[in-house]
Design a protein around this ligand. Structure first.
Ligand SMILES: Nc1nc2c(ncn2[C@@H]2O[C@H](COP(=O)(O)OP(=O)(O)OP(=O)(O)O)[C@@H](O)[C@H]2O)c(=O)[nH]1
Ligand SMILES: [Mg+2]
Length: 481
């Protein structure tokens, strides 16, 4: 659903992430493009305005975390603001949410009444069956479905057929009964039959009219639904939002199910819904089949829209894991072309703190290709530990002046670290290589050398240097000024 929006936001934001420093004008220009992209996706104007204002303010005000670029910070800000706009909590990555927590609220005495409302053809009946099926399979609830649609021919039969398909009981049809009467019978049946949930499917109308509303109100007052779900078609864009608004005003809804998300809707409805109506999207209909129903997780959807989850988690990790002061010092030294074994040790430790190495390296935008060239053995945490042990077995002086380390010292270091002289040699060679790179980088001024380091001269050797060059907000050490 969000393909085009994802493309546009992606190109605007990845441009930002590739840069070092950002001026307020850069941010403003990017925000203009983001604004256009959102409007093209059919997001309500007021929602877009609010969004841009919030992001702009934060992008200027927020202290940029060292070790990520301002551009990457902006991506994170946009992401968090998107999550909020979708009704979520940005600190929740949305990973471990079950159906219940984001889905139907059943915290009420049984039988819990759920009322389905919406315009004609929005997908109420199909969604009723999907939800009933889901509650029965996943939540082990006994569900009774009741069709209150006496207007469209064979509407009650449609629900009965769907019920048979998914193994959910439907209230027997009595010809000629009116909606309120049927609802009353449904309630009685739900109580006597000891059902956990009773789901009422109502009739749709072409537009919201008074007759329809007063009928729905009568039903609502009778069944006292714990959840009143508006089913609305994502393909109708802003109309879906207007529909939700008026249903909410007149009937009072507790949540929204957005259907036909599998179609080529531009996404505006999904994006504006929460902000305009104040009601959460709870579920997404993603197809005609009975299992084509998804819980709506703001963080996940925002991630999908932005398509830059990698940058977002990079920033998150950087914020929590990097030892700024050490990184600063290291950077300053590298800037001077200095790189002794202590620096190498500091880098190794920095890398390990960041957690899964391949994961984190893969997250750095633009380095994906380079990463592929690194032998996976070089990324093995065990080999990092080994390197660390070797350096830690050296005397402070040896660490500063590696030339001191001759045969007998190597022997001692190998024994001390539980490795071999060959391992010590390898590390020294790696260090020498990195030192050379640092010097060369000083001359070349940053990223160019980094690329050379990754491509040319043995990726393993370049690894430490690369981490030292995690994109930084400004100036040193990467030299992008
Ligand atoms: N592609 C797709 N089709 C859907 C989805 N939900 C419902 N449909 C289809 O939309 C059509 C109408 O669905 P219904 O469930 O009958 O809609 P309704 O709101 O009950 O319609 P009325 O009772 O006439 O107001 C059916 O052909 C469904 O299969 C969805 O999420 N994706
Ligand atoms: Mg129907």
């Amino acid at each position: 659903m969000f393909d085009s929006l994802t493309d546009k936001l992606g190109s605007v934001l990845s441009k930002l992430t590739r840069r070092g420093a950002l001026t307020p004008a850069d941010v403003a220009a990017a925000m203009r493009e983001v604004r256009l992209a959102l409007l093209e996706a059919d997001v309500a104007l007021a929602v877009v305005k609010d969004f841009i204002a919030k992001v702009s303010e934060k992008a200027v005000g927020e202290a940029v975390v060292k070790s990520v670029t301002p551009g990457q910070m902006v991506v994170k800000i946009v992401h968090d603001e998107l999550v909020e706009m979708l009704g979520g909590d940005p600190s929740d990555s949305g990973a471990a949410l079950g159906f219940e927590s984001a889905g139907i609220d059943l915290a009420a005495p049984a039988p819990v009444a759920v009322l389905m409302v919406g315009l004609q053809g929005s997908g109420k009946t199909t969604t009723s069956a999907k939800i009933a099926h889901r509650l029965q399979i996943k939540e082990k609830k006994r569900v009774l479905m009741v069709s209150l649609d006496t207007y469209r021919p064979a509407a009650q039969e449609q629900l009965a057929i769907l019920g048979k398909q998914v193994g959910v009981v439907t209230l027997p049809i009595i010809a000629g009964q009116q909606p309120v009467e049927i609802a009353r019978r449904g309630l009685t049946e739900a109580r006597t039959g000891v059902f956990d949930v009773v789901l009422f499917d109502t009739a749709g109308r072409l537009t919201i009219d008074d007759a329809m509303m007063s009928e729905v109100l009568a039903i609502r007052d009778l069944v006292k639904p714990h959840e009143t779900l508006l089913v609305t078609d994502a393909m109708t864009g802003q109309d879906a939002v207007i529909t939700a608004q008026s249903f909410n005003e007149k009937v009072g809804i507790t949540g929204i199910v957005l259907t036909r998300v599998d179609g080529d809707a531009r996404g505006g409805a999904a994006l504006s819904m929460r902000a305009v109506t104040g009601r959460p999207i709870k579920l997404l209909g993603v197809g005609e089949k009975v299992d084509a129903l998804e819980a709506f997780h703001p963080a996940r959807v925002a991630g999908r829209i932005l398509g830059m989850g990698d940058v977002v988690s990079l920033v998150e990790k950087a914020v929590t894991n990097i030892d700024h002061e050490k990184a600063e010092k290291l950077a300053a030294r590298m800037q001077e072309g200095k790189f002794d074994l202590n620096d190498m040790l500091a880098q190794l430790q920095q890398i390990q703190r960041m957690g899964d190495m391949k994961g984190i390296l893969g997250l750095i935008p633009g380095l994906g290709q380079a990463i592929k060239q690194i032998k996976s053995a070089d990324l093995d945490p065990k080999s990092f530990k080994r390197l660390e042990a070797i350096i830690q077995s050296m005397t402070p002086k040896e660490r500063r002046v590696s030339d001191l380390i001759k045969a007998s010292r190597k022997q001692r270091i190998a024994v001390g670290s539980g490795t071999t002289v060959a391992d010590v040699n390898k590390l020294l060679k790696q260090h020498q290589h990195m030192e050379t790179m640092m010097k060369r980088m000083k001359k070349m001024g940053g990223l160019g050398a980094l690329a050379g380091m990754m491509g040319g001269a043995g990726a393993g050797a370049g690894l430490g240097g690369m981490i030292g060059n995690l994109p930084r907000p400004s100036g040193p050490p990467s030299g992008r000024r």
